[in-house]
Design a protein around this ligand. Structure first.
Ligand code: GAR
Length: 192
């Protein structure tokens, strides 16, 4: 039986795209659903391109109902993959998917994590701090922003001449290189 994942994303979805590409012809893994809080997110177009169904939700549905959990259960989802998803995961979702939700963060946590630390905000903070290294963290998700157990971290060098675009690019390269393979390896360990 195929393992099934759901991807949550709020924006462009370039990481989601890499994961879609990896599993496009897979006999082992299927992307059951792409979910977003943002009706304008480009990730919806990407899902369409791969003929993956999608679901748009609002705050009320996400935080005040069990609808998303029911949706995921009905689709027999084994792993929830956050790929640039900006809302905090509610308690009921964490409790229903213990050890089954992972996230990618564009910094070497625990530095540059927490509420408000996403996307460009992270990169700007890294530059402002004069860091000589940047990186990525893939981690399990709990009820707090960026706090679950780390699964994988990788670093890149920051040169004095690097601007926001440069470090963003370096981070994105690492994310695209590692997130899909980490998702795959976690799925291999899940028993159906
Ligand atoms: C990625 O860099 C990801 O690490 C970051 O959002 C970006 C999404 O890019 N996530 C966070 O900042 C979470 N705190 P994408 O939409 O192109 O995949």
């Amino acid at each position: 039986m195929k393992k099934r994942i759901a991807i949550f994303a709020s924006g462009s979805g370039s990481n989601a795209q890499k994961i879609m590409e990896l599993f496009k012809r897979s006999t082992e893994v299927e992307i059951a659903l792409v979910l977003t809080n943002n009706p304008d997110a480009y990730v919806l177009q990407r899902a369409d391109n791969f003929e993956i169904p999608s679901h748009i939700f609002d705050r009320k549905e996400f935080y005040e109902t069990d609808h998303i959990i029911e949706l995921l259960r009905n689709l027999d989802v084994d792993l929830i993959v956050l790929a640039g998803f900006l809302w905090l995961i509610p308690k009921n979702l964490v409790e229903n998917y213990p050890g089954r939700i992972i996230n990618i963060h564009p910094a070497i946590l625990p530095k540059f994590g927490g509420k408000g630390m996403y996307g460009d905000n992270v990169h700007k903070a890294v530059l402002a701090a004069g860091e000589t290294e940047g990186g990525i963290t893939i981690h399990y998700v709990n009820e707090n922003y960026d706090e679950g157990e780390y699964i994988y971290q990788a670093k890149y060098r920051i040169d004095k001449s690097d601007n926001l675009e440069m470090i963003k690019f370096k981070g994105q390269q690492l994310e695209h290189q590692h997130y899909p393979r980490i998702v795959e390896s976690i799925l291999k360990k899940i028993k159906k």
